[in-house]
Ligand binder design. Structure first.
Ligand code: UDX
Length: 475
């Protein structure tokens, strides 16, 4: 059922319910203050809700209470300070306090890839739900936001039943999030849809109240936020299906890049030309080094693992190809580097010993400090492993990159990274790199050779400045 806004008052399908705390609007908590939970907690306070963020990590909670955002996310700093000052927002490591405070508890903990396989590790979901349930003293709604294998909401409901003291009537719902790092604030305040999986009218009404701030903001800006009310399984699947589709779209264009490389075509022009067809659309058709980050890679793997368990593995076999196409792009950068540096490839790949390579970019995309499963950092590590002396610069990701791959040399600026380099690889499309002056950089390097791993540079400009240029899927 799709209920378009404006529904000034809850439509007959959504009965108004009163928050069990007696507050005029539901008090909301977010369990887990990583990218997801911290952003949601801060933005919900901005929407006017009374908010408590919970985490077991005392350092992170202390930082947040002191007005410091532990991640780089544009706009979040200011909102955190403003809402702490307004008294609507606080953070705690006390689960009893969290249980007592909330009418609606959002579970925002991580679901990383399992160490020994492709499936999702649900231990953080289990730990947070169990400890919350044990401390509840009145009716409330527990809402899953983490990306999970289909069937998790039913299991969470059983956990809650098992661990809640007495018969409090605590209910469960699922409401996936679709945050993109770098745009996360807007994605919470101005989502392009809200999806809720519910089993009761009470849960539906409570979730409606917990999202009313979003609908009200939309109304003041003359927008509509579509609301999709559905069952648990569909709500869980919406998230993984969306990410599987996005990953497939990226790997589709990267597969076309491979064909362009073999045939002399230019994938950037091909993408533009097919993207004019509104049925295809031009977004997520940027060929290059492929997708990374904390979501797309692990979500398509967990989705395949879950489908296999359900006996529907065949249906998602193509996602294995999507993954392989994506990983092959990393090898392609090594091939282009070997080609530019005149290095032959042996059975173990090219040997770059004696070369100095500048890698511009470490994060999985621009405007974030996140290096989880970052193709740029993975390629930097591969180049170093193949013998190159790799110097990395990233505008925001250096600290995280250093922690993840300490054996690389990290520089404090573009100039420092490229000085004396035999080859420059641009692997994340930060604006600083796109706008860099190839003439000035040309004065610093040992060799004017550049691999544009994101097809983000003006190839004509770089070529005019005397650079040997190689893009991805371009002649
Ligand atoms: C993604 C989904 O977009 C979001 O809805 C979900 O909630 C979480 O996962 P995010 O991980 O922040 O968000 O990154 P996204 O902007 O989707 O980019 C993912 C990766 O794909 C990046 O590494 C990016 O560089 C790459 N990408 C994206 C391409 O290679 N080509 C494109 O055309 C688009």
């Amino acid at each position: 059922m799709t209920i378009p806004y404006p529904a000034i008052q809850p439509t007959p399908a959504i009965a108004a319910v009163s928050p069990p705390s007696g507050a005029p609007r539901p008090r909301v908590t977010f369990l887990g203050t990583g990218y997801l939970g911290a952003t949601y907690a801060i933005c919900y306070a901005e929407l006017g809700y009374e908010v408590l963020g919970f985490d077991v990590d005392a350092d992170k909670i202390a930082m947040l209470n002191a007005g410091q955002v532990p991640i780089h996310e544009p706009g979040l700093d200011e909102l955190l300070k403003r809402n702490l000052a307004a008294g609507r927002l606080r953070f705690s490591t006390d689960i009893a306090e969290t249980a007592e405070f909330g009418d609606v508890h959002f579970i925002c903990v991580g679901t990383p890839q399992r160490a020994g396989g492709m499936g999702a590790d649900l231990s953080y979901v289990e730990a947070s739900v169990t400890s919350l349930a044990q401390h509840l003293t009145r009716k409330s709604l527990i809402v899953g936001k983490s990306t999970v294998p289909v069937g998790t909401a039913e299991w969470v409901e059983q956990l809650v039943g098992k661990h809640t003291p007495g018969d409090l009537g605590v209910e469960v719902a699922w409401s996936p999030e679709f945050l993109q790092e770098g745009f996360a604030v807007d994605d919470v305040l101005r989502p392009n849809r809200i999806v809720v999986g519910v089993k009761s009218e009470w849960a539906n009404g409570m979730l409606y109240a917990a999202h009313k701030g979003v609908f009200d903001l939309a109304a003041t800006e003359d927008r509509e936020v579509p609301l999709v009310v559905t069952d648990f399984a569909t709500a869980e699947l919406v998230k993984v299906a969306a990410n599987a589709f996005l990953a497939t779209k990226i790997s589709f264009i990267n597969a076309m890049a491979e064909v362009c490389e073999a045939s002399g075509g230019d994938v950037t022009q091909l993408a533009r030309a097919i993207g004019y067809d509104p049925r295809i659309g031009n977004r997520f058709l940027q060929a290059g080094l492929g997708f990374g980050g904390a979501c797309l890679p692990k979500d398509i793997r967990a989705f395949q693992a879950r489908a296999q368990e359900l006996g529907a593995g065949e249906a998602l076999r193509f996602l294995h190809e999507v993954d392989l196409i994506n990983l092959r792009r990393r090898t392609r950068v090594l091939q282009l580097a070997a080609d530019l540096l005149g290095r032959r490839s042996g059975p173990a790949g090219p040997d770059f010993s004696g070369t100095r390579i500048a890698v511009l970019g470490a994060t999985f995309k621009p405007n974030t400090d996140d290096v989880r499963d970052a193709p740029a950092l993975a390629v930097a590590a591969l180049l170093q492993k193949a013998g190159a002396d790799v110097h990395v610069y990233d505008p925001q990701g250096t600290e995280n990159a250093r922690r993840a791959v300490p054996e690389l040399t990290y520089e404090s600026g573009i100039n420092e990274a490229v000085t004396g380099a035999d080859l420059v690889c641009v692997l994340t499309e930060w604006a600083d790199f796109r706008n860099a002056d190839p003439v000035a950089l040309g004065e610093l390097v040992a060799g004017r050779k550049v691999v544009d791993g994101r097809n983000c540079l003006d190839s004509a400009l770089w070529t005019q400045a005397g650079w040997e240029y190689r893009g991805m899927g371009r002649p």
